[in-house]
Design a protein around this ligand. Structure first.
Ligand code: B12
Length: 303
């Protein structure tokens, strides 16, 4: 399942200039580069020098850059494109919208970016189609700027209703753990592999990994992270959860997945010394009434 939205960026022409091709406009190129860095893949149309926009363009989000001198042509393009894309979001940024945001709203744009646009466009793309603010200003993102170095975070879990255990450990040899829920994925870097309820796929990059895999009344046990794509393993702590005395403990996997060059699939496997066919991979707390969270996989994308 793709979470990607189609984004189309349009740089208008500057026909009033003696040679509009002398200085390529940097603002929208910058926005495009930032979207790519955050794993979006925008289409970019630079109309400088009399290039025409293709007919029948379709996109979830259209983003225009505009100086005051380009505004009329941008408004015309927006109105034409909206006829073919009545449900799309039309965003405008650049010097003119920064100076006159209300004018842009009056001319039909859905969202105006006032000031620097890098954080704003990611916020808009991540939340599309639910956009609360019509005008995004740089100061809205000051906190995000300060926390610029906080990496993207992915949290996956085996989350079950109150009545269900973390599944049985039956064989005493390596068994695949349930992992069916994505709790958080701030940069859209991870996908649960459809039809498995156990496996996830990471996009290229470097990830710090922390996995907590509980076991209940199984004596010695150990979890491991399996790289399905390359058939390799990273082992977690060897832990103990007494089968006699209601023992419960976690096996902890801590590692770094360094410089993945291609999409790579993983799952968690777990081995127990003593099988516990009732609830070996986590005893349920049905009395609490809340969902049970058993296995938890936390990934930080650091590059
Ligand atoms: C360098 C510069 C030039 C250079 C190069 C311009 C170029 N090709 O990029 C030269 C000397 C060629 C030039 C020419 C002109 N310039 Co000039 N220029 C600047 C200057 C100093 C910096 C622009 C810049 O590169 N910024 C860096 C980039 C990365 O930032 P940015 O473009 O602002 O983009 C950011 C945001 O605006 C926003 N953003 C931009 N587009 C979009 C789109 C979306 C969808 C989103 C979400 C966000 C977004 O995100 C970007 C990244 O944060 C600005 C003043 C300023 N300090 O901003 C004036 C400025 C842009 N220029 C201006 C003018 C008027 C002109 C000319 C019309 C002058 C003339 N009479 O010929 C021409 C027009 C050029 C053209 N192509 O149309 C005005 C525009 C006024 C307005 N309200 O529109 C400005 C603001 C100066 C001013 N205060 O008068 N300019």
């Amino acid at each position: 399942m793709s979470k990607r939205k189609k984004i189309t960026l349009i740089q208008p022409d500057s026909p009033f200039l003696f040679n509009p091709l002398t200085f390529p406009n940097l603002g929208l190129l910058d926005i495009s580069a930032y979207l790519k860095k955050k794993n979006y893949n925008p289409d970019f149309y630079d109309l400088t020098g009399g290039v025409n926009l293709p007919e029948n363009l379709h996109s979830d989000i259209f983003g225009f850059s505009s100086q005051i001198t380009q505004f009329r042509s941008v408004v015309e393009m927006q109105k034409k494109l909206r006829k073919q894309n009545p449900n799309s979001l039309f965003v405008i940024g650049g010097p003119f919208p920064t100076h006159s945001p209300q004018e842009c709203l009056k001319e039909g744009f859905d969202v105006v970016v006032n000031g620097e646009g890098e954080k704003a466009i990611i916020d808009i793309a991540n939340n599309y189609p639910h956009i609360e603010n019509k005008v995004h200003t740089t100061k809205d993102y000051v906190d995000t700027e300060i926390t610029n170095h906080i990496p993207d975070m992915i949290i996956l879990a085996d989350l079950k209703p109150p009545s269900l255990s973390g599944s049985a450990s039956t064989s005493g040899s390596w068994e695949t753990r349930d992992l069916q829920t994505e709790i958080m994925d701030t940069g859209n870097f991870c996908t649960l592999v459809a039809g498995t309820s156990t496996s996830f796929e990471l996009e290229p990059g470097t990830y710090d990994v922390m996995v907590e895999a509980p076991a209940y009344k199984v004596d010695t046990h150990q979890a491991r992270l399996k790289d399905i794509t390359n058939t390799s393993y990273i082992y977690g702590t060897t832990s103990s959860a007494s089968s006699l005395y209601d023992g419960m403990s976690n096996s902890l996997i801590v590692t770094r997945l360094d410089n993945l060059l291609v999409n790579t699939q993983y799952k968690i496997e777990h081995r127990t010394q003593t099988p516990n066919a009732t609830n070996g991979f986590g005893g349920q707390a049905s009395d609490f009434g809340s969902d049970n969270l058993y296995l938890i996989v936390r990934l930080k994308k650091i590059k």
